[in-house]
Write a protein that binds this ligand. Sequence first.
Ligand code: MN
Length: 235
Amino acid sequence: MIPVAVTTWHNEEENRCFLEDGYVMAMEQVGLLPLLVSPALSPSAAADILDSARGLLLAGGDDISPLYYKQQPLAGLEYVDARRDELEFALAAEALKRKMPIFAVCRGMQVINVAMGGTLVQHICQSKPDAMQHRQNSPQWHRHHQVTVRPGSLLAQALGEGLVGVNSTHHQAVDEVAEGLIISATTADGMVEAIERANPWLLAVQWHPERMWQRYPEFLQLFRLFAQACQGEKG
Ligand code: MN
């Protein structure tokens, strides 16, 4: 199995971190060994962590401090886990420097966009009142809204091009896309739902494939593409 570093959720009050089984089980299915990284680790450990890995998966989670993208906090910003931010921006910078494959989910997509110089919408309902509902009130695997997948993209290799139904549990979104990345999926309300680049390999999605693949196997293909990219790396 190919070792890959995976970031985790963090609960400051309870002093513990956690990760949903859906990530771990999907990675095992495609031959990846997830090395779970706790935000209790110091950011200075980032290089050592990635020395042990051949890829980085930035998982879903809470909000990012807007100071990272040079904005002040607006009403509607939710819980910010400062320690997780510190560790993940250190990991993202190190992985980018090493040209390591990066797969990013939900918060992870926001982290990588900001790490590369992009910005976020802090609270969709407030900044874009005409936007559709992006926080579903239904089972987490449910295809809540559709996205349009860009032909010829990495994403299209996994999901096909055109309209694809995905889940949606976010209240923030990518605003300005970082230089060097292309938008590979959008919603009808103009929200960015996936960004990527082919080389060095980077794929980021705003939805949660780890909650969908057991019901809709095409979402496992996202993890498989990541595994193939990691396999291409010298171990
Ligand atoms: Mn959405």
